[in-house]
Design a binder for this molecule. Sequence first.
Ligand code: SF4
Length: 471
Amino acid sequence: MNAYSTICPGCNFGCGLYIRENGTIDLDFRKSSPANAGKLCRFGMSLPRLYKPVKSMVEGKETTPEEAAKEAARRISASKGSVAFLSLGNTTCEEVLAFQKLAVPYLCTGANFDALPKDVYLTLSVGIPYTEIEAAKHIVLFIDPYEQYPLTVRRLLSAKKKGAKITSVWWKDLPLADENIRPADISKLQLTKDSLVISDFHPLSDAEQVKSVLSLAKNAGAKVTFLKPFANSTGAYVLSKDAKQKSFAQLVEDINKGTVKTLFCLESDPSTLIPSETLSKLTNLIIQTGHASAGTAKANVVIAHEPLYRKKGTLINNEGRGQALGGAGTNGLEALGIIAGTKFEFDSLHDAVKKALGIQAVDEFLIPKYDRPAYGAIQAAAKPPEAKTTLVSVYNPFMWFGLPDDNDFVELNLNTVRALKLLKGGTLKIKSNGSTIEKKFKVAPVQDNILLTGNRFGIEKGSITPVEISR
Ligand code: SF4
């Protein structure tokens, strides 16, 4: 039996746990973990389903990781000038640094930093310590913590116990909120310098919405923190601060235009984010990963190595806490070395990570000091949805990782159910752009004309999709 002290990859909250391999994968709670004190959410408990074994392949034929890496190197070299490199922040800081050397011509970390003012980069990248959430007097949520970043709920409840007021700006009433404001009524929101604004930042974030949150916090002198969807989103962003990056939207556009023909993905499943008609335009989809996914089934080349929990290396959670993975694997670095035509030494990359963080050793009980410089005034033009009825996709760990979930329904309010004369236990027809799907529904305290879902149905256009609904 092998046991590993590791971190859940489901979001940037950085929850610690143990994984045991004994023919199957089993989880144990790691009570000493400072981020989560051992607790895990539904996604964390589903990790054995995520870590499906993967094999190295070239055009569907099994091969060795070394041969797959060599074939990837050949294809990348033959496609020079039309290769993009994508890593969404789900791998170690050491691999991120090695990957950056490969990705100089076209690096994409998934974040649309180029649509945002440069001086907000570090505010978006590094969140605040969770103890500051617990100590806040007024917390304003631009997320649904239950669905999206579940372990945040414990910190919010702790703040509430100490007397904090919680305001949600969301499409549904949240059980822990003292005040629920709908996104279209944002003018009712009152912030002060004692407020803490919690939002999120991810590859599909609307830049105007992010700017709007930053601007509200700035104007009130309030604190702001952004949660993120991948275990090492913070590490990937901090280490890429000075690298030239392309936005995720640009990557999709370049594949559609045909200027990107080869896409190399490191520990990232592009099929959860990039439409299949776009992916089908690629000549080469190359995926280097430690677990099977919908993307590996579509890839021309799969370079398989150890899963994240067996890796040696460092992750940085949303607070900026350095977290050491408890494995010894460096096969991922070796494969990157074959592709780059060099040898990446773990120790020198690890030293570079420590230097970037300004620390002597990675210690999960210490948060390094980060510079989150004040940013300047921001103009934002976020618009509430205009369509009469709108499907709102609430991105959560199951969606980011393409892991099937059992919540195959939409939430809507009783007014909508009555207006459509929907039957208890029945279904709802949802039409968008010529496609119609039929889904179960659940009655919830949701805004009129809004359908909420934590699932992907294949008719979405980003997070906000205008739809028509009927019985
Ligand atoms: S809150 Fe995030 S890191 Fe923690 S168990 Fe859930 S998905 Fe994993």
